[in-house]
Design a binder for this molecule. Structure first.
Ligand code: FE
Length: 221
């Protein structure tokens, strides 16, 4: 994609602009905006001592919901091509038509977001944490008593479309995967990032963290 030609600071500005300009709509079924939700999630990660890659993933975990429809279609197209030869192991996705919802066909917003960040040269860990945040809910429903009951009504409803709790086989596969603990922690911050009126740092607080991450990545290639 043409976005790979951007410098680390241009990519950072572009992402933060997408968050602030397109994140004003309600977080699906919740009484706060997408932007507030993303900022609260990043703040929880930061307050709980997460490393920078995890904080970045927390901030950008729903970026697949924010992207312009044309970019979503482009990414979904390449994901479908990849899946023609390899079945995804991250769980089932919502079936939604190609529009601004961040999902196309059976490619969910979490996959769109993870693949988008990879295309911008974010690390595999950042992309994996973003891509797994829906599967992490399915994992926690299967393994933690009381977790599914505590989900918000909107989250309970979306769980049905996302495939419900993981099966025993899926749980085993999940636990063997890299970063599985951080994935579950991020999911809990995601669930908790729905506080009306919470005062948390704004997008500017993450500008240098994201830019440095991309600069380090560029320097190692
Ligand atoms: Fe979220």
């Amino acid at each position: 994609m043409s976005t790979t030609m951007l410098s680390p600071s241009e990519t950072t500005s572009r992402l933060l602009h997408i968050l602030t300009s397109r994140g004003q709509s309600d977080y699906i079924g919740e009484p706060i905006s997408q932007l507030e939700h993303s900022l609260q999630c990043a703040s929880l990660a930061s307050l709980n001592g997460a490393d920078n890659e995890t904080v970045i993933a927390a901030l950008l975990h729903d970026i697949g919901q924010f992207l312009p429809a044309e970019e979503v279609r482009q990414i979904a197209g390449s994901v479908k091509d990849m899946r023609a030869s390899k079945q995804s192991s991250t769980g089932k996705s919502q079936s939604i038509t190609g529009d601004d919802s961040g999902s196309v066909g059976r490619v969910g917003h979490e996959t769109i977001g993870g693949q988008y960040l990879l295309s911008l040269d974010f690390s595999p860990k950042v992309a994996a944490l973003v891509e797994s945040h829906v599967a992490a809910k399915r994992y926690l429903c299967a393994t933690e008593s009381g977790y599914s009951e505590a989900l918000s009504d909107a989250s309970k409803t979306s769980l049905e479309f996302q495939g419900g709790s993981m099966s025993e086989d899926e749980v085993g596969q999940w636990k063997r995967g890299e970063w599985s603990e951080e994935m579950a922690r991020l999911r809990k911050w995601d669930d908790g990032a729905k506080i009306i009126g919470a005062v948390v740092p704004g997008v500017d607080a993450y500008e240098s963290m994201i830019r440095k991450h991309l600069e380090e990545r560029a320097a190692t290639v």
